[in-house]
Design a protein around this ligand. Structure first.
Ligand code: SF4
Ligand code: SF4
Length: 177
């Protein structure tokens, strides 16, 4: 039986959840399943049962790293990263609090940094996040210093006018939709 939540997710994500036959391959390969409440396979089952109040506050939808491992494992080519994106949109639109503390703040800050700089900049994002989430400022200092020293994270953001204009255009297109 196709339920309302399944239809909403299908429409938003462009996927066909009814193809899922719960082989568990997606969950077996997911790198963050240990921190999730249910895992991708069980989440799809809950969507099929229209368990909105269980699915939409779940930590799973905020912890998904969008790594596409599940999509490459799925015999039916269901893109669970797109499904998680759709679930986040539905959760926010319907006023469900993010199941993972400060996850929504992190997502908003990430988009704000990309919008302004035309690309992500980890140091800016982390600094803003720690300030606004009132997280301890210095507890990642050791790991951060190593990344700076190896040139993995630039201290100052790079700015490209062309990239910034292109990203701005994408944000405008998205807002129109
Ligand atoms: S791998 Fe695909 S078919 Fe198997 S449980 Fe996951 S989504 Fe469903
Ligand atoms: S895209 Fe999300 S659900 Fe799929 S394997 Fe990666 S983290 Fe897990």
């Amino acid at each position: 039986m196709i339920t309302n939540l399944a239809v909403e997710v299908d429409n938003l994500s462009g996927q066909r959840l009814e193809l899922c036959y719960h082989c568990h391959q997606c969950t077996a390969g997911c790198p963050v399943v240990g921190a999730m409440d249910y895992g991708p396979d069980q989440l799809l089952r809950l969507i099929a049962l229209d368990e909105r109040d269980t699915v939409l506050p779940a930590r799973d939808i905020w912890l998904c790293a969008g790594c596409y491992t599940c999509a490459t494992h799925c015999p039916n080519e269901i893109d669970l990263a797109a499904v998680m994106d759709a679930l986040r949109q539905i959760a926010v639109a319907n006023g469900y609090a993010a199941g993972e503390r400060d996850a929504l703040l992190f997502h908003r800050l990430f988009l704000s940094v990309v919008r302004r700089l035309g690309r992500s900049h980890e140091a800016t994002l982390l600094g803003l996040f720690k300030l606004l989430a009132r997280a301890p400022l210095l507890n990642d200092l050791g790991a951060g210093a190593g990344l700076f020293a190896r040139g993995k994270v630039p201290l100052l953001p790079e700015w490209s006018g062309r990239a910034s204009a292109e990203v701005k255009r994408l944000f405008e297109q998205s807002a129109k939709k």
